[in-house]
Design a protein around this ligand. Structure first.
Ligand code: AMP
Ligand code: MG
Length: 419
């Protein structure tokens, strides 16, 4: 079989995976999930015209010649209902969010007034009708769709849902993910340190990548390179929506993952992608006989720690995001200037771990150092993955490159503005 390009492999995966069913979730547990319903406003917000300031509700016509002294007829606090109508020459003391009384058509903020007595105030400025009044329904109108299905629940969206009193919302179910590591050389977290063994980092790095997407995966542990043991673990993993298998996907004599999952009924869609790192990466689908709509998706990820993480970013993350209803599936990319030259043999798309630094109006990308696919520190130090196009014959210092942002997609080290 020919090597797929990264893009074609992504396409193959995204054509296979589907949105999961909707379920009801408590608002307090919905951050980061995706709405599976349109949500409408259940009242006008604000419910009546309210003051935008602490000050005085006035008739703008009374302010033709300022300063002018007005008589204060009442005090209106937020939550109060005004009892009186404001007549000519009069006003009401009003607090932010309190209803504007009958007769008044503008609010003067307290800073633009002078105290005369408890019953009188001097207004120093003239304003137009409507000044500092928030109109009924200007925030949202009763019956309007305020959020559409497919919207990610951010803190702002949570606020809107609370405004329309949705303690429960319909969201897409999150995929249940299992993670299995394979290899006789692996040492588990609870095993004593054995200098001849390799610590199982992949289960944990993958776990963290899944958690970063808002899911809590199950760690199935380590399967030895033994077909019978592997089969038992894989059977367990195939009960989940998504199974991530690390290692054993190459063509070594002890790489049993592919034949074993195929024997369990998984239809392999591909097992080679023209990328570096991460070339032995596999994807398959298990159609469950019991339920035609139910499928398990299996990703065979390379054992090398960096390869496993890079493949997760390219293939697993978009699939999980699609399953849980997201419309934006891919990591944000940005343009940066490469600070040094980079060798590249044409043929495979390469993902180079880089750090990013401010560089004039843009950003400069610098390799995190040695890029071996086993060098996990290159990943731990990286801000992003520089994508070297497959056909490139190498990049020169100063060239503009594309960097896929890893962590820090929405955060940065400094506030980044001046006041
Ligand atoms: P494999 O893809 O099974 O041939 O594994 C390639 C290499 O990746 C192995 O020789 C190990 O050094 C390393 N490796 C495999 N699985 C893990 C794991 N779970 N955690 C850390 N390193 C791993
Ligand atoms: Mg192995």
């Amino acid at each position: 079989m020919e090597h797929l390009s990264v893009t074609n492999a992504q396409k193959c995966i995204l054509e296979s995976v589907r949105l999961l069913a909707a379920e009801s979730a408590g608002l307090e547990q919905s951050l980061g999930r995706v709405l599976a319903e349109d949500v409408r406003a259940n009242r006008d917000i604000p419910p009546y015209d309210v003051s935008a300031m602490d000050g005085y509700a006035v008739r703008s016509a009374d302010l033709a010649n300022v300063p002018v002294t007005l008589e204060i007829i009442e005090d209106i606090k937020a939550g109060d209902m005004p009892g009186k109508t404001v007549q000519a020459g009069r006003c009401a003391r009003i607090m932010t969010g309190a209803p504007v009384p009958q007769g008044a058509d503008a609010v003067i903020r307290v800073e633009d007034t002078e105290w005369v007595s408890d019953k009188k105030v001097q207004i120093n400025v003239a304003v137009k009708s409507g000044n500092d009044i928030r109109l009924q329904g200007e925030g949202m109108r009763n019956g309007d769709v305020v959020l559409t299905a497919g919207t990610e629940i951010t803190p702002g969206v949570t606020g809107v849902l609370a405004t329309v009193k949705r303690a429960q919302v319909q969201v897409y179910r999150r995929p249940r993910v299992a993670i299995l590591s394979t290899g006789n050389e692996l040492e588990g977290m609870d095993d004593p340190v054995d200098p001849d063994k390799i610590p199982n980092s992949n289960s944990y790095a993958l776990m963290a990548q899944v958690q970063a997407l808002g899911m809590e995966p199950d760690l199935l542990g380590i399967a030895r390179d033994d077909p019978a043991e592997l089969e038992e673990y894989l059977r367990r993993g195939l009960r989940f929506d998504v199974l991530l298998v690390s290692g054993g996907t190459s063509v070594g004599v002890h790489d049993y993952v592919r034949p074993t999952i195929e024997a369990l009924g998984v239809q392999m869609k591909f097992w080679r992608v023209a990328m570096k790192p991460g070339h032995p990466v596999a994807f398959g689908v298990l159609q469950r006989n019991s339920d035609v709509t139910s499928k398990a998706f299996v990703f065979g990820l390379p054992g090398n720690p960096v390869s496993s993480m890079v493949c997760f970013e390219q293939f697993v993350a978009p699939a999980l995001r699609r399953m849980m209803g997201h419309e934006r599936l891919f990591r944000r990319t940005m343009a940066a200037r490469l600070t040094h030259k980079l060798k590249h043999q044409p043929g495979r798309t390469e993902f180079v771990r880089v750090t990013l630094a401010k560089d004039g109006g843009g950003y400069a990308a610098t390799s995190t150092g040695a890029q071996g696919s086993g060098m996990l520190l290159s990943m731990a130090r990286a801000d992003g993955l520089l994508v070297v196009p497959a056909e490139s014959t190498g990049l020169a210092a100063g060239e503009q490159v594309t960097v896929q942002l890893l962590d820090g997609t929405t955060f940065q080290g400094e506030a980044g503005f001046r006041e």
